[in-house]
Design a protein around this ligand. Structure first.
Ligand code: UD1
Length: 378
């Protein structure tokens, strides 16, 4: 059985790492299992890509399609053309895609049209917000996939409500949390907060990169105004996505932000550095999907600067509050959170570090040729 695992953008790398590890372990007992890691090149800056491979101990990708940035159609199209050529050469049995970035959807469509089976890891998440490119990527990917691995029962229910055969859906847990649990102690030992002269538990982390937040001048200015107020109460560390930094400069806010006395505006961080900071943060302010989930395990309250979330399980377990992007709402939510004592929340079911192993087991057991289990194993 030959499997291609695809990664393209920063949030994919921590999801493929445990899958590659589980595949490597499975290969040791089943030499007929072959796998290959393909990087589409959607993210290419050293800090957005290579740093993650190093931190996570990921092997260098077997193939880098090197597609780079572009408009949605251009980027998606370039990935599809490059990936189709690779599939024709390699002829895998399965393509495994993760998350909801353009690379996820592009590779799922390409493989399916060549008659290759596709598995989606992190299936079934829905924001119901069609202005998000990721929502389109999620829905298109899920409808095509032969196997859908979900992080929580709400995601499985979304897929069933869309008419997907329950036999294709498997609730396995969260591969991103596999990675977090594996690296948590190593990350905390970095004590990165000290680099910024901060004390553990006495700072906030900010990340922003959604086009809806940073490409619209009025929205971005509102968030920046709120952050200006927040940093007077709580020192902030704000690792900036390239898009966010570029738009802050375009809108003429960059110089003003640099004058904030208690905000550390920095380049994007590597995985371990970021985890070091988040694991001791008093608060996380973000529009990222992954951070909402990580917060649910780390116990740092998360305030999500969006109107919706595709990860409602994080709200259900009490780890996350979705407040939108209006300055008054952000400031109020921060003040409320800071005035409350932190109550630890119950982690979502199966977010236990074993998701990737469950996925690989299911894939192997479905292999018609029974190369790894023999004819009697079921
Ligand atoms: C992508 C994903 C988003 C994910 C995010 C995490 C899609 C539709 N979006 O958004 O879901 O949350 O990654 O970061 O797939 N750029 C660089 N260096 C890089 C990569 C990008 O400078 O290595 C800049 C370029 O100006 C580029 C812009 O960032 O045009 C946007 O990159 P892109 O890959 O299109 O989307 P992201 O905003 O990163």
């Amino acid at each position: 059985m030959k499997i291609i695992v695809v990664a393209g953008a920063r949030p994919n790398f921590m999801k493929v790492a445990p899958l590659i590890e589980a595949l490597r372990a499975a290969q040791a007992r089943c030499p007929a299992l072959e796998y290959m890691l393909v990087h589409t090149g959607q993210h290419y800056d050293a800090q957005m890509s290579q740093a993650f491979f190093e931190d996570l101990g990921l092997p260098r990708p077997d193939v880098d399609l090197g597609v780079g940035s572009g408009g949605h159609a251009e980027q998606t199209g370039k990935i599809m053309v490059a990936f189709e050529g690779l599939l024709q050469r390699v002829e895998p049995d399965w393509v495994m895609v993760v998350g909801d970035v353009n690379s996820t959807m592009a590779c799922a469509i390409t493989a399916k049209k060549l008659g290759i089976k596709v598995a989606h890891v992190e299936a079934g998440l829905r924001s119901r917000d069609w202005s998000m490119p990721e929502e389109i990527n999620r829905v298109v990917t899920d409808v095509l996939c032969d196997l859908l691995f979900t992080t929580d029962p709400l995601a499985s229910a979304n897929l069933q409500a869309e008419g997907i055969d329950p036999g294709r859906i498997h609730f396995v847990g969260n591969v991103m949390i596999d990675t977090l649990l594996k690296h948590r102690e190593r990350a905390a030992a970095l004590r990165l907060w000290e680099r910024f002269g901060l004390q553990a538990g006495a700072y906030g982390i900010v990340t922003l990169h959604r086009p809806s937040n940073v490409d619209d001048r009025q929205v971005f200015e509102g968030i920046v105004a709120a952050l200006e107020v927040v940093q007077r109460q709580l020192p902030l560390v704000f690792p900036m996505h390239p898009r966010t930094r570029k738009m802050a400069e375009t809108f003429g806010m960059w110089a003003r932000m640099q004058d904030w006395p208690a905000a550390n505006l920095i380049e994007p961080l590597g995985y371990l550095q970021m985890l070091s900071l988040t694991s001791h943060a008093a608060l996380i302010l973000t529009d990222s999907g992954g951070l909402q989930e990580e917060a649910a395990i780390l116990g740092a309250p998360c305030i999500t600067l969006r109107e919706n979330t595709e990860r409602p399980i994080t709200v259900a377990v009490g780890a996350n509050q979705v407040v939108g992007s209006k300055p008054a709402a952000i400031i109020e939510a921060v003040q409320t959170r800071l005035s409350q004592s932190q109550t630890p929340c119950q982690p979502p079911e199966k977010w236990d570090g074993l998701a990737a192993r469950r996925i690989v087991e299911i894939l192997i057991r479905r292999d018609d040729r029974r190369q790894c289990y023999g004819d009697h194993s079921g």
